[in-house]
Design a protein around this ligand. Structure first.
Ligand code: UD1
Ligand code: UDP
Length: 409
């Protein structure tokens, strides 16, 4: 890793104060839906800091308005400074195309620090570009492991953490995973869960969204469904089994199901769309923006999902979560939260358990508190600018970033 002594800072001039200053050039990489909620809090915490300048990079992995633009709007993000426009493709195509485009961007204007988030193909691609160009790479949401190498995300997590110089973890299990893999402890900082920062930044808007009322759903009398993992939706038999269970459950508990484009494409291709969409009690919708989606989650009786983010959000909110997977890289949502892994065959019985009041209440994991971006900002300064340890729960930083996200500054 580069240290403060050889970082290629550039000299900028602060237009208001008129004095020359060193600024660290930071690239924030966003690519796909779950990334936007991880990048936004950090953008708002770092924006306007006199010691850094930001370049917001969108690789274009997700591109539909309701998978990308809507999140920039909801989360108060400006248009990206750089859009790589990569789009869909096979894993090799996607990783290779992001690498080619992002390498060119780094050679033209070299950042001092690249921050990648999560576990999507673009995360890995940009981390590889940075490490080969000897640019410091930091991974936000490092150390999570499902131990299922058939998940494309597990390969992305392992490879990204191997090349990253700074590893920001969300929970102690992630620290333990990295230690077991031989990662030097001084590379790792537990900063808490950045997704919770987005929720806290947007809490007022989420509460005021009115999406639940628009859909005619009564508080705690419906479930929210999301599905997009290839293991659930790419083959006809597992997807048909899930559709059968969900249509059955919807007859007892209304379900709202914002359908991911991968899932929609397959439901249509396998002839399952009409049966699902027309089932009594089932509301299928387009993918929702963050604020409307979280408004639904907040008042739901339960969630049925295979999403990483939804497992975390429901734990934070104390909403029962049924995860249609055999493993999770987020075990703390089970050991401390409200999550449980289930199969399609178990789904209906488990929903009955919840409706009959048999479920654990859970608690909020440590450092899932809306202050993760402030901790990351402090960690960057401490590691790269040699600034002394500041108190991470700096109320001023948190308040300024909240106001910035809401468009007040
Ligand atoms: C990707 C991530 C996954 C993440 C998910 C979040 C990888 C390997 N996968 O999966 O980890 O959980 O995003 O949602 O990086 N499509 C559209 N419009 C879009 C985006 C995608 O129609 O805006 C369709 C295309 O047909 C595309 C398919 O969805 O081929 C899959 O998109 P892709 O980004 O490759 O994978 P996801 O399933 O979205
Ligand atoms: N989400 C949303 N609208 C939707 C579905 C999901 O805003 O219709 C948000 C939600 O906050 C969730 C996040 O997107 O936590 C993660 O998205 P996804 O499930 O696509 O990705 P994963 O977390 O599984 O990688």
């Amino acid at each position: 890793m580069q240290n403060a002594g050889n970082i290629d800072c550039y000299t900028g001039r602060d237009s208001q104060r008129g004095w020359a200053m060193q600024r660290l050039k930071i690239d924030l990489i966003a690519a796909a839906r779950p990334n936007f909620m991880k990048v936004a809090p950090l953008f708002h915490a770092l924006h306007g800091q006199p010691w850094c300048s930001l370049r917001l990079v969108h690789t274009g992995q997700h591109y539909d308005a309701n998978m990308s633009e809507a999140f920039f709007r909801d989360l108060g993000l400006p248009s990206p400074d750089l859009h790589l426009g990569v789009g869909s493709g096979s894993h090799a195509e996607q990783v290779a195309n992001v690498m080619l485009a992002y390498e060119r961007a780094c050679v033209e204007d070299r950042p001092d620090l690249i921050v990648v988030v999560g576990d999507v193909n673009s995360t890995l691609a940009c981390a590889l570009v940075g490490s080969k160009l000897w640019i410091t790479v930091a991974h936000l949401e490092a150390g999570l492991r499902s131990r299922d190498r058939r998940m494309p995300e597990e390969i992305n997590r392992l490879a990204t953490d191997t090349v990253a110089d700074i590893l920001w973890t969300p929970s102690p299990d992630a620290d333990e995973n990295l230690a077991a893999e031989g990662v030097a402890p001084d590379k790792v900082s537990n900063v808490g869960n950045i997704m919770i920062d987005s929720y806290e930044l947007m809490r007022e808007r989420i509460q005021a969204s009115g999406e639940r009322e628009r859909l005619g759903l009564a508080e705690r009398e419906y479930g929210v469904v999301t599905l997009h993992r290839p293991s659930n939706v790419d083959e006809p038999a597992p997807l048909a089994a899930l559709v059968a269970q969900l249509t059955d459950i919807a007859a007892r508990l209304p379900l709202v199901f914002p359908v991911h484009p991968r899932t929609r494409k397959n439901l249509e291709a396998f002839g399952l769309w009409t049966g699902l969409a027309d089932a009594p009690g089932m509301r299928v919708t387009e993918p929702l923006g963050y604020v409307d989606f979280m408004n639904l989650v907040c008042s739901a009786r339960l969630a049925i999902t295979d999403s990483g983010g939804v497992q975390e959000e429901t734990t934070y909110l104390g909403i029962p979560c049924l995860t249609l997977r055999t493993t999770t890289e987020r075990p703390i949502t089970i050991t401390e939260g409200t999550n449980r892994l289930v199969t399609a065959a178990d789904l209906k019985r488990t929903v009955d358990d919840i409706l009959d009041g048999r479920w654990t209440h859970g608690r909020k994991p440590a450092l899932w508190d809306g202050h993760s971006a402030a901790r990351v900002a402090d960690d960057i300064r401490r590691r790269l600018l040699g600034a002394g340890n500041r108190v991470a729960e700096d109320a001023a930083v948190v308040e300024t970033s909240r106001r910035h996200a809401m468009g007040h500054v």
